[in-house]
Every structure is written in C-alpha cells, then in structure tokens.
Design a protein around this ligand. Sequence first.
Ligand code: GLY
Length: 536
Amino acid sequence: MTSNEIRQKFLDFFKERGHAVVSSSLLVPTDPSVLLTTAGMQQFKPYYLDEVSPYGNRTASVQKCFRTSDIDEVGDETHLTFFEMLGNFSFQGEYFKKEAIEYGYEFITKEMGLKIDYVTIFEGDEKTEVDNESEKIWKELASDIEIKKAGREDNFWGPTGDEGPCGPTTEIYVNGIEIWNIVFNEYNRNKEGDYIKLSKPGIDTGMGLERLVMVMQGKNNIFETDLFASVMEVAENSRIAADHLRGAVFLLADGITPSNSGRGYILRRLLRRVVAKGFGDFMEKTASVVIENYKNFYPELEQNKNKIFEELKKEKEIFDKTLQKGLKEFERGADPFVLFSTYGFPLELTLEIAKEKGIKIDVEKFNEEMKKHQELSRTASAGMFKSGLADTTEETKKLHTATHLLLAALRRVLGGHVVQRGSNITAERLRLDFSHPEKLSDKEKQEVEKIVNEEIKKDLPMICEEMTADEAKEKGALGVFEHKYGEKVKVYAVGGFSREICSGPHADRTGELGKFRIIKEEASSAGVRRIKAVVI
Ligand code: GLY
C-alpha cells in the first residue's frame, strides 16, 4: 500500500463511521501556550471543554505536526521532527473507551492486516487512577493480545501547553514499535496542576503516518518508505538533511521565516544544521522533491513555492558567509555567545560541533550573557537617544543601527581618521557628520553603501553589553570616552564589524534594515563631511 492509499484508507474508515474529515490546521497553532502544532487534537482543544464543535462531535484528520523534543533522536529508525499524524476524535461523550479501542483494533488488524504485538494501559498513580476499564475492553475484544501496564511517563497524555484536556492512554504496538496512541480525555488539568474530572469525556488519538507506512511497507526505518525514498536520493542519503529540509519546507509554507526567537529560531536551527553539515547545496533540489511529493495532499506547498525557495536561499547565503569563520572560532576556544552574536550559530549547533570536537561549552554563561543582552536592549529601548532623537519608532531604531554601520563602513573605506562629529535622526532619514578632509568620490560612496548592505544581509543581531569605559576602549569601541572612572557604559556591537559606546535603542537585527542608500554627501564645516541616508 502506498502512503497516499494509507492516508485515504484511514480517513475513509472514520468517514464511514460518522466522522467529519477536517483538514490539517497550520503548524502555527491558535493555542498561544505552544509554539508549534504537536498533535492532531490541538485544533479541537476547546471542543473537549465547553465550546461547541462546528464539525459535530466526531472528527478525523491527518495533521501536520512538529516536535522539537525528538530532534536529537532524528537519524535513528523511527524519529522525526516533522511528521503527519492520523487521528480520530470524539467530543462531549459522543463515544468513549469501548468504541475507540474497537475502532483502533479493527483498523489495524482488518484494514491494515497487521498483527498487534501487545498493548499498554495506564497503571495509575497518586494523581489519577488505574485504567481498569481499558484492560477489560481489550480482554473482551482480543483475549490473545498481551496487555502491559505503564506509568504516567508512557501512558498518560497531555495537556498540550499549560492547561487543558488530558487523560490515560492505551497504546498499540506493532513490530516492536508504538503505532497508535489512544487518549481518553477524562480530565481537564488547570494551571495549578489539579486534575478535574470532565463530566463529558472525549477521545483523542494519534498515529504517526510515517511509522504506520514503515510497518505496512515492511521497511526497517522510516527513511526507506515511499514518503522519503525520493527525498533521500537528492539529500545524499543524509537522514538529518532529509528530515530537516522536509520539516523546513512545511514550516515555511505555513508562514514561518528564520529568525532568532520562537518558531523562527526552530526553523533557523534546522537550516543552519543542514548547511553546517555540508548539505546546503542540496537544499533547493530537496525542497522541490518534497513539494512534488506532498503537493496533492498539501496544496499550500505549491502555492508558496517561490517564497520557500527564496527563504532557503537567503538563509543559506547569510549563514555561508560566516560559517567558515565561525568554525575557525572553535579553535580559539568556542565561546558560544561570540559564535551566536558574531557568526549566527544557534546554541544547539555550537553544542553539537563542540561535542564532535570534544570541547566543553559553558551553557550557563551563555544563558547569562543572553539574558544580560536582552535586558540591556529592553532598558535601552525604553530610554531616549542621546543624539536629539524625537521618538523611538521602529524606523528611527533602524536608522540608528544604520548610522553605526555607516560609520564603520566609512572608516573601512576612507581610513581610521574618520570619527563621528554629529548625528541626527528623524523618522525619514539619518544624518551623520564625520571628520574627513575632502568630498567623497562616487566610487567611495558606492563602496560604503555596498559594505553596509552586506552587513544588513548577514542579518546579525545587535548585541548590547555593559562594561566600563576603559574596557570599551580596550575592545576598540568607538564613542565618547569622557566617563567617570569605573562608570559603566553600554556598547553596541554588530558582529566583528562595528562596536560603539551608545545608549541605544537599536533594531534587534541588521536584517530588519532592508536596504541602505546614501541620498546626499556634502560639506558640513571645515574638515567635516555630512551624509544623509535612508533605509528602505
Ligand atoms: N494526542 C495524542 C498524541 O499525540 O499522541
């Protein structure tokens, strides 16, 4: 049976049994307590409580899911980040344990023709009771199937996020692997961690399509199934590249783009890991095979094709620029904060490379530095500009960051004699006065623009650190040094490119600036030139 046939058989089976077939929801969930959709029940979460389901009380779906919890297992026989989950659901007591177990048994043994090794049920603990009912149902249904008992870790599911429906589970094992998780949503767990019995319980089931296809097609691992065969071919048989690029394509199609926080960071981690492992050149080809394979069932892939390719290319270009230098940094001791701020290495990637190289990484120090940086940027954003800025809208923040890049670029093109003599920023443009004896040539102006735009393209974070003025000077920071002895100053840095004493606020990342353009270069006073520039 092909994977397409299996998907269809599942949906038909439940449709024949009165279930409304509901399309997968986006990987960006409506539930604000989770970053990504991790289970089929997420889009139905309110219907287990008091909200009325617009689809009726029986539904079935094939849901796009993404779990970061298994990311380190990817590469073994059965784990993935992105996967498709087959599920049937019952709300408001429409049906419960007996029907759910019978449906599961019938689908696996009759429709799929598979033999169940054994099933597991919840053994109970001090919070919620043992599931004797499921044991009895299984015994009556198939007396030859072994029933094992397990604890909360394995046989209690949910809630997704901080609160919500949850309950004991029964799990079906075939060929030694867990195929299907049937959840009995008997409880609503609240924020305080209490389990409150629902007056009308529900059913939530989840069966990993890739694992089911693997046993149906008699394969030893998910990467040999028809879901992956052609992807593996173009991804040079790298399981990690195949998994991560497939996941990335689906995340991009749902509107997520690489960034340094939240969902965007998860996507960035996937892509940078692929590039760091040397599979960057196969990105586009692999993505087109993924789109081709899945476009019939998930039309959003084809619809967003151009955007997907564009983002993949952009992220590869940005990271390629600093990757080799970042790898060299490892020889100098691998400071994870420097690798993150200057070379764009996600912490997880640094940890992975460090492990390969047998280097120890101080994660605690990294977290401290990140926290300090975030706090500093926040207080800076709340404050005011020194240079006579009227407000701190997004535009002026960008222009302020552009001013730093411009000064660094001018010093590179014209020489170290260039220092800032004045600055003024409005919402429309920046104005920088700097020491230089003569008019800039067209070539010099173009060169300055080019350098600034390159730094923007690298999408580097604006890192803010606090130190004494002497330390700042020591580190080569530009700016005013007349501070009281030992007084702390803020230093804003963009990679190894620019470092200035400054009170902020700034854009979070250079990538936010878009494109930098000089609109005017003129004399300001003797020995001082003035540049007006914009970001668009
Ligand atoms: N919601 C059931 C599962 O994810 O296993």
